[in-house]
Design a protein around this ligand. Structure first.
Ligand SMILES: [Zn+2]
Ligand SMILES: [Zn+2]
Length: 343
């Protein structure tokens, strides 16, 4: 039986890592609030005694977040006055996660759980630095949770993933279960649907593949314990995360959509037990899709009647253009360093 999601009263998303950044554009959607024209950039005090015509603050370029290929979203919800924070993925590199969190002046001590969408380095690469920074921040704060941060992972971790070109191209290994524990976290593995943080978040099991045109990652391979590369295009360890936002509906988070955006959205709706589909946030992985795949994805996604679409990471500019054309006013793309409030 599918566990039931509790309704949350508010939801914010802080994009810690995303491929693109945009500090300037205004929000294109009335239900998504975010700063524009650099107003989200942390300001730094000028040294005491500085004479600069009354200015006491400066906006430094080294306070702005950096873009990187990958995704890391800090999701904060409140329910009956209590808040919960979950980190969805951790970007491609430890240095990127650390740099962006530091530049954004974020306090990682509130993060209770890290959920990895799937075993691919552009989502897992920052996990160890996230765990270390969360645990260090908790030690420095009075309100810090005594419990270790939980890292929620699919149990089927390949030794390596890669892509078959003229020869196998290997990615770096994802952090191992042992490394994550050594960094200070408690590892939780599951390949089944479950809820977390007082039922405010639902984490799926494997996402069923039903459409004919969403075939995973072309040329995807994994390194087996027998020392061979084998075909692994479907990335069946991929999971979605979702919340039920009061008065709105399902807020669905997708890491890289190797399952296909339509399969992801349909599965979320199935798991949602009648709650309307509100938005899909994250990587739609259509950057390198064929035109036919883009068109079919658009048609089928539109039929599910999302109220907002929040593409980022591997979505690609062509699909974002297609959304704006086919569903004008529906899109609020995500950018690194920006905090989004769903209102
Ligand atoms: Zn991936
Ligand atoms: Zn990705």
């Amino acid at each position: 039986m599918t566990p039931k999601l509790a309704e949350v009263d508010s939801l914010t998303i802080h994009a810690i890592v995303n491929d693109e950044i945009d500090q300037i554009s205004p929000s294109p959607h009335p239900a998504v609030k975010h700063p524009q024209s650099f107003m989200g950039a942390p300001l730094k005090p000028l040294p005491a005694g500085t004479q600069r015509g009354g200015a006491s603050l400066q906006m430094r370029m080294d306070s702005l977040c950096c873009g990187a290929h990958g995704l890391s979203l800090l999701i904060t919800v409140t329910r009956d006055g209590k808040s919960h924070s979950l980190l969805f993925d951790a970007g491609p590199e430890e240095a990127v996660w650390e740099r962006n969190v530091t530049r954004l002046d974020l306090d990682p001590s509130a993060i209770e759980r890290i959920v990895l969408s799937h075993w691919h380095r552009d989502h897992s690469g920052g996990i160890l630095s996230a765990v270390r920074m969360i645990e260090a921040a908790k030690k420095n704060s009075d309100s810090g949770d005594a419990q270790k941060v939980v890292v929620d992972l699919h149990p089927d971790r390949p030794d390596f993933r890669g892509v078959m070109a003229h020869e196998p191209i290997s990615l770096e290994p994802d952090p191992s279960f042992a490394e994550i524990e050594e960094a200070g976290a408690a590892v939780f593995t599951s390949d089944e649907v479950h809820t977390a943080l007082d039922d405010t978040f639902l984490i799926s099991g494997s996402i069923p593949r039903r459409t004919s045109y969403e075939g995973g990652i072309r040329g995807g391979i994994r390194f087996t314990p027998e020392g061979k590369w084998e075909k692994d295009e479907l990335i069946m360890d991929e999971r979605l995360v979702m919340c039920n936002l009061k008065g709105r509906g399902l807020v669905v988070f997708t890491g890289c959509s190797h399952a296909g955006v339509v399969n992801v959205a349909r599965h979320a709706i199935e798991l949602g037990g009648g709650v309307p589909f509100y938005t899909l946030v994250g990587g739609y992985h259509l950057a390198d899709g064929t035109l036919e795949k883009l068109e079919k994805s658009m048609q089928d996604l539109k039929a599910l009647k999302p109220q907002v679409l929040m593409p980022g990471h591997c979505t690609g500019w062509r699909f974002k253009v297609a959304i704006e054309k086919e569903m004008p006013g529906c899109m609020a793309p995500i950018f690194g360093g920006t905090k989004y409030e769903l209102i």
